[in-house]
Write a new protein. Sequence first.
Length: 118
Amino acid sequence: MKKLVSLISVLVASAFICGCCEKVNENKTPAEAKAEAAQLDAKQLEAKIADCKKFIEAKKADAEAVAKKIADIPLKEKLGAESKKLSAEASKIGDSIKNVSAQLDEYVKALEAKKAAK
């Protein structure tokens, strides 16, 4: 019961945090982010950076929840369907974090360039 309550709390918190991050497109390529960043002013870039950071933090919380579920699977069931499903979910979360981190890097570089140009 405690596991269920803690899992629900993590999922609710993640949903709340992700709700704040709907502006982030995790499928955007770094090249697309770079092109977009060139069109934005410093204030807009700062907002994009903040959105990306919130998104990454939310995904890290999701990853921790999935890792905990995987750790709780008995050894006999580690190669079972549930374990494989959770591993795929963890991989997808990792890819999302990697993609948004690449976008974040482009936004940070563009912001630094705009500040240096002043």
